[in-house]
Design a protein around this ligand. Structure first.
Ligand code: NAD
Length: 470
């Protein structure tokens, strides 16, 4: 697969193989870009933004609608590519594509709603006699850097709002899974001036500096791990930055919860894409009064999950992205057991496959609870009452999303008010997102929001025009 700069496709002598995590076969290769490729993309991106800026919102919206129609036609094909490059079960890749298509449509709609407001300057001292209004203007050139786990959806949440606001963009997808995102950009490029959308492939550690330090970049929007996010923020200087980072989301199961529903949610939340999800359920906080019943049912549900070939529509659990990722998960499970956790189910690794694993009797200070684990692990912390549950939920450097199961309205509202995270869902797990909702965490989980309307707000600058009528 080639990269795209200024409407032209490029391959390079130096290439990087892209490996299918399920069978270790090479799917394709992509160019190993260097600093000069980034400079080229930045130069063209910056120039082409001026051309896009002349387009009407009507024309921009139509371009995004046309791309949406094309993406719909390629839904199955790109879903298969996602599965081949990430090892994600195909049924989940299809959902990712459906959500991505929806996100593109939401962006086409939003492109027509970018406007400022009339400002009553006479409400301020000395402002009498003015007519004033604001305009929402594009920032210029946006750099988007995305992770491996939702390669199309996380890319479209940056690319489409950037174009809807008449910015140009350079996408650098994860080198672990770049192909589906490159195809997405090719589709959109067909409807916009050359250079509005550009792609770069290679190692983040080699390309990151130029992508983030170059003064012609006006905004960086990043989704990925906390250490890389912090490095980008430190490098960005005065550039606008949005960071969608890691999570360590809790699921609170209080004493009067509907246990069956809570177990279903724990199963989806812990094991969706083998737990390689930022908003996955990473800590299950269960009241002692129902913990044994919850656990018994949870083990039963977990046993039903079908392990296997991710391209099989019946598969629930595929491989982790690579063997190193599985080794990290194995180490953290072994460590937890050494420190007193009880292994209830699973716990075994084979290559880059890791069994869905339930651990009981954890405490809030264990590494597996404190750190984000990117694997199919369900660590259970037993508590007494809603106050302790909230205290433990909040004892984290992260604050992406949270789920609470209770039939008690007072406890539900208490959790909603007191849990310090970007979203709290009552009777639903944290692993839930619609593409129009404001999405983004507190604390180390990030800065800024995505969800088309909210990403758009972060892709513009506000200018005030004031007319002195006196
Ligand atoms: P990662 O941080 O390793 O990589 C993300 C991207 O950053 C990749 O494109 C990578 O090439 C690039 N990168 C790496 N080093 C860089 C550098 N020095 N400069 C610039 N870019 C660099 O993350 P990952 O392993 O691909 O994804 C998993 C992480 O992403 C988890 O922490 C997960 O929670 C997080 N994530 C967050 C969200 C969210 O919306 N909050 C969504 C998905 C994943």
């Amino acid at each position: 697969m080639k990269i795209l700069i200024n409407g032209k496709y490029y391959q390079k002598n130096e290439k990087i193989d892209i490996i299918n995590p399920y069978n270790q076969k090479i799917i394709d290769n992509v160019p190993k870009c260097d600093k000069s490729d980034v400079e080229k993309a930045i130069k063209h991106g910056k120039n082409s933004q001026k051309i896009l800026n002349e387009w009407s919102a009507y024309k921009v919206s139509n371009g995004l609608y046309s791309a949406y129609e094309d993406l719909r036609k390629e839904k199955k094909k790109i879903a298969k590519t996602i599965t081949e490059e990430t090892g994600k079960p195909i049924k989940d890749s299809i959902v990712e594509m459906e959500r991505s298509i929806e996100t593109l449509k939401l962006s086409a709609e939003e492109a027509k709603r970018i406007y400022g407001e009339a400002i009553p300057l006479d409400a301020g001292l000395g402002g009498k006699g003015f007519f004033a209004f604001t305009q929402k203007l594009p920032l210029g050139l946006v750099v988007a850097i995305t992770p491996f786990n939702y390669p199309v959806n996380l890319a479209i949440h940056k690319v489409a709002p950037a174009i809807a606001t008449k910015n140009s963009i350079i996408l650098k997808p994860s080198i672990k899974a770049p192909i589906s995102a490159l195809r997405l950009c090719e589709i959109i490029d067909n409807y916009f001036p050359n250079g509005v959308i550009n792609t770069i492939t290679g190692y983040g550690s080699e390309l990151g500096e130029e992508l983030t330090l170059n003064p012609n970049v006006d905004k960086i929007t990043f989704t990925g791990s906390v250490p890389v996010g912090i490095m980008i923020k430190n490098r960005a200087g005065m550039k606008k930055v949005s960071l969608e980072l890691g999570g360590n989301d809790p699921l609170l199961v209080l004493k009067d919860a509907n246990i069956e529903k809570a177990v279903k949610s724990a199963t989806i939340g812990s094991y969706l894409y083998s737990g390689q999800v930022c908003m996955g359920v990473k800590r299950i906080i269960v009241d002692n009064k129902i913990a044994d019943d919850f656990l018994e049912l949870f083990v039963k549900e977990t046993k039903k999950l079908k392990f296997g070939d991710p391209l099989d529509i019946k598969t629930d659990i595929g491989p982790l992205i690579d063997e190193r990722a599985a080794e990290i998960v194995e180490k953290s499970v072994d460590n937890a057991i050494k420190n007193g956790a009880s292994l209830v189910y699973g716990g075994k690794r084979k290559g880059n496959f890791f069994q869905p694993t339930i651990l009981d009797n954890l405490n809030e200070n264990m590494d597996i609870i404190v750190n984000e684990t990117f694997g199919p692990i369900s660590p259970i912390i037993r508590i007494d009452g809603v106050d302790e549950a909230i205290k433990i939920a909040n004892n984290s450097d992260y604050g992406l999303q949270a789920g609470v199961f209770t039939e008690n309205i007072a406890d539900a509202l208490k959790c909603a008010n007191e849990i310090d995270s970007g979203a709290v869902f009552i009777n639903k797990q944290s692993t839930f997102r619609t593409d129009n909702m404001p999405f983004g965490g507190f604390k180390l989980s990030g800065v800024g929001k995505e969800g088309v309307k909210y990403a758009v707000e972060d892709m513009v600058k506000t200018k005030l025009i004031g007319l002195n009528l006196r």
